[in-house]
Design a protein around this ligand. Structure first.
Ligand code: M6R
Length: 609
């Protein structure tokens, strides 16, 4: 996830670009840059680090221009260095980009053969070269952009300027956010409204496949064939202060609501759904390798360990490869036996968790191949692993992991299908069906998020309790653990996750009116057993919140509160069940007036043992 900005108007673009980038910094903050017209030429300033580093690097320089573009980066392709920081340039064409160009490798190869020289490792640079080569054929900037886009596959919001036409910014959108701000004699292009909210509240939101030509006189919209479009102007009612977290009260809430997008980005470019195949090249893997593994270890900490527990069900269930799951901080001290021909999958949002890195190093020391499922590009785990599956969740700032967790589950689902296909235990038709379900997941997660108000009501009933019990079975038992962890880390309520069948072996002694029990009840073969567990709780005076799917109407007769979620297949239900866990913990913590984004004693990334 990155942030883009563009300005054209009567004022000096440079300070406006910098202050807008600060407002977009939540979208990424590993490197930044600006490009602007000064004396008829495009000047660029870029640096690795945050916007304040960019700001200090240009301090004292007399930079002025009426038009410019800027970018704050969250690296996906290429490390967070100055060379990889946007804007990127080819000839007189300069571009900033948010999104992923999926076919950049093949485009790059063919451009190199035609004599183009690349300066960065990014996917974005191919867009500059393509547009520049179209300009050389005699097209104007708008036509050249349109022509170049015919070759590009993937998601993008692009802002483009060119020395050949110093009076305009071209902005285009496909599957990445883009908004146009209409001020008085000045205009803005941005990834998000907060970027220019202190200058104007009048916005136009382009749809996919639309192009905006922005000049000092106004904005003209066309479709990909150049046909003019009439667009509606919206008046935004937000205040600039609200917008600092993208309009959300906390980063955690914003990240919870970003999950449909995070999941879609984690899927994009990774699967060939119509063929029932996984794009293994993306992860430096091949089928022969995947066929060879006799055993898989999944190693992680905290929430990522919960993803690993779900991963075991996915891999063993779909690919029939035996799996062991380890808590990373325990792994090396138990002197693990890591046989030859095994794969060690480490799961880490940050890629910097000390215990996970130590486990990863132990695995490599014993000669195992390590695959890292990681969210932060260029992190230690990703650099030290033999193969990497990047989750594209975007920066996760709230200490409580939410969107990174569900993206990890999606990554494990895709890997399980890859393993199953390589080993011949899943045919193409079965894989197509599993992919179809995966592709509908963002929409189902969106629907689950629609229950926010109802879950807030439940939170109001329970936020004063001291203890909470979460029960689940099978693949959803780790979701009970995750629900309990979310609650305890941000609300400081003692919470325990338990396999529902184990309750009678001890925890049932805790049940009374003061210990609410949240039960996860999917529509599977253990449904009846879960109903019996709920009855056991009820008959001891316990209050039950049941989280289930649309078809399980019998549940409402036995539970005090029932949350009905959209249904998915067995392997993807844990993703959907995670949503009410996040929301309930969040609302309870807010009602208890806790610091949701920075809970006491915790850090986002635990880099010590
Ligand atoms: O960055 P990692 O995924 O390696 O972090 C692991 C844990 O520290 C992390 O998941 C932690 O448990 C979160 N605070 C949970 O919300």
């Amino acid at each position: 996830m990155c942030g883009i900005i563009g300005y054209i108007g009567r004022r000096n673009a440079v300070p406006i670009l910098i202050s807008s980038l600060k407002r977009l910094e939540y979208r990424g903050y590993d490197s930044a840059g600006i490009a602007f017209f000064m004396n008829g030429r495009i000047e660029m300033r870029r640096c690795a680090g945050k916007i304040k580093d960019l700001e200090s690097s240009i301090k004292g320089q007399r930079l002025r221009g009426p038009l410019g573009i800027g970018h704050t980066r969250w690296a996906t392709h290429g490390r967070p260095t100055e060379e990889n920081a946007h804007p990127h340039r080819a000839g007189g064409v300069v571009v900033v980009h948010n999104g992923i160009i999926e076919n950049y490798l093949e485009l790059k190869e063919s451009l190199i053969k035609r004599g183009h020289r690349f300066r960065s490792e990014t996917d974005t640079e191919v867009a500059c070269h393509l547009i520049s080569s179209c300009l050389q054929k005699g097209l104007n900037l708008e036509e050249a952009t349109r022509e170049a886009l015919r070759h590009i596959r993937g998601a993008y919001a692009l802002a483009i300027i060119s020395e050949s036409e110093p009076d305009k910014i071209i902005a285009v959108k496909k599957d990445s956010p883009l908004v146009i701000g209409l001020g008085r004699d000045e205009f803005f292009v941005a990834s998000d409204i907060p970027a220019f909210l202190n200058h104007t509240r009048d916005v136009v939101i382009p749809d996919n496949g639309e192009i905006a030509v922005v000049t000092g006189q106004g904005v003209r919209f066309t479709d990909m064939d150049g046909r003019p479009l009439k667009k509606k102007t919206l008046r935004i009612t937000w205040s600039p202060r609200m917008a600092e977290k993208g309009g959300y009260r906390h980063f955690m809430l914003k990240e919870i609501f970003e999950q449909p997008r995070a999941i879609a980005d984690t899927i994009r470019g990774r699967v060939f759904p119509e063929k029932g195949e996984v794009n293994l090249k993306e992860f430096s893997l091949d089928s022969r390798m995947l066929r060879g593994f006799k055993k898989i270890f999944l190693v992680a900490c905290g929430t990522s360990w919960h993803a690993a527990l779900v991963g075991k069900y996915m891999i063993e269930g779909m690919a029939r490869v035996p799996c062991e799951v380890d808590i990373a901080s325990e792994f090396r001290y138990r002197r693990p036996i890591i046989p030859e021909d095994c794969l060690v999958i480490v799961i880490t949002q940050s890629g910097e968790t000390a215990d996970t890195l130590a486990a990863q190093r132990e695995a490599r020391r014993q000669g195992a191949m390590v695959l890292s499922i990681c969210n932060v590009v260029g992190s230690t785990s990703s650099r030290e692993a033999d193969a990497v599956f990047y989750t594209h969740s975007g920066p996760e700032i709230g200490v409580a992991s939410t969107k990174a967790f569900t993206s990890q589950l999606v990554a494990l689902y895709i890997l399980s299908i890859a393993l199953a296909r390589a080993r011949g235990v899943l045919d193409a038709a079965e894989a197509v069906e599993l992919f179809n379900e995966l592709l509908s997941l963002p929409e189902k997660v969106e629907k689950a998020l629609g229950l926010n108000d109802y879950i807030k009501k439940i939170a109001r009933r329970f936020y004063k309790v001291r203890d909470f019990l979460y029960l689940g079975r099978g693949i959803n038992y780790p979701i009970a653990l995750e629900g309990a962890l979310k609650l305890k880390e941000i609300s400081y309520i003692h919470a325990e996750g338990y396999p529902a069948g184990e309750m009678k072996h001890g925890p049932i002694a805790l049940i009374d009116d003061n210990v609410p029990v949240l039960t996860i009840v999917p529509n599977d073969e253990l449904y009846e057993k879960m109903l019996s567990n709920i009855e056991e709780v009820r008959s001891r005076g316990g209050r039950v919140i049941a989280v289930t799917t649309g078809d399980n109407k019998r549940i409402s007769d036995v539970a005090s509160w029932t949350i009905f979620l959209p249904e998915s297949n067995y392997y993807l239900m844990p993703v959907i069940f995670s949503i009410p866990m996040h929301l309930l913990a969040y609302h309870i913590a807010v009602l208890r007036k806790c610091n949701v984004d920075q809970p006491r004693n915790l850090a986002k990334s635990v880099t010590v043992e």
